[in-house]
Design a protein around this ligand. Structure first.
Ligand SMILES: [Ca+2]
Ligand SMILES: [Ca+2]
Length: 282
């Protein structure tokens, strides 16, 4: 009888100890998973190409431009191709070759999805999913952002320039449940030289921080350094997690008449950080 009472009293204690042990091992697993995820970008080579131009990437936790990443690309790497909102196939790249003012990688497609060359796309060397959340094109929202574009133009001494929003894309960069919005506005060169006085190209980002809408100007080119001969047009190229930390980077392409510059930004709160910027062309 005494033994039975002893067992009945100690049973809850045993269950409690078992549950406690279980919770410790669950949280230990979480810690391991978390640190493994954080460490993913600390090893390996994560490169980005625009067409056949090697732009840069991350090697063992360090962001590098084209020249720096060049010796780390040995040939035989698999590249995955992405347009702004989808994966379009993959290919195997060769050893980079210095050509003109850039470094080129010849990539042989191994799947047929990359047949639509009319769309802009980038290629990535990555072991993770660089498109964890799918960006949405939201061009019907243009009216809503005219005020902010106007404000940027006025602040830059271009109050007479027409507001012309051409591209709106949204995605949740960090996966925190709040979508970021990317707005592109531009006045591009025409044959009418008078109109060309107001050339500009703007990429601005909307982010909700503590319930308030904040606008972060990512890139701005104005008529000061644009002319019809070398129109430095900016585009929201891709939103991709290049380095595998779960946060998507912002990839902006600047078109020049004989080449391109790619800018890769990371944004934390209202702070933008330019992690790669490289030119490729003749
Ligand atoms: Ca977000
Ligand atoms: Ca990332």
């Amino acid at each position: 009888m005494k033994k039975l009472i002893y067992t009945l009293f100690s049973l809850p204690l045993i269950i409690f100890l078992l549950l406690f042990k279980l919770s410790i091992s669950i949280s230990a697993t979480n810690v391991i998973q978390k640190s493994e995820k954080q460490k993913l970008s600390d090893r390996g080579v994560y490169a980005i190409v625009d067409g056949d131009c090697l732009i840069g990437g991350m090697v063992n936790g360090k962001w590098m431009d084209s020249k720096e990443i060049f010796p780390h690309i040995k040939g035989g790497e698999k590249y995955r191709f992405y347009t702004i909102d989808k994966y379009i196939g993959e290919g195997i790249g060769g050893i980079p070759i210095a050509e003109g003012e850039g470094n080129m990688v010849e990539i042989k497609p191994i799947s047929n999805k990359r047949d639509d060359y009319t769309h802009d796309f980038v290629g990535l060397i990555a072991n993770h999913n660089p498109l964890p959340r799918i960006p949405r094109i939201q061009n019907s929202e243009k009216k809503r952002y005219e005020k902010i574009v106007k404000k940027i133009l006025v602040q830059n001494g271009m109050s007479k320039a027409p507001v012309n929003i051409t591209q709106i894309v949204s995605v949740d960069l960090e996966g925190d449940g709040k979508e970021e919005v990317f707005i592109r506005a531009a006045k591009e060169a025409t044959n009418n030289s008078q109109e060309n006085y107001f050339l500009y190209s703007i990429i601005v980002m909307k982010k909700v921080i503590n319930g308030k809408e904040k606008y972060i100007l990512l890139a701005f080119n104005s008529n000061k350094h644009m002319n019809p001969e070398y129109d430095l047009v900016l585009n929201i190229m891709n939103l991709l997690d290049i380095d595998g930390d779960g946060v998507m980077e912002i990839i902006i392409e600047e078109q020049y008449y004989e080449g391109i510059t790619l800018y890769v930004y990371k944004v934390k709160n209202v702070h933008k950080e330019l992690v790669i910027s490289d030119y490729c062309g003749s």
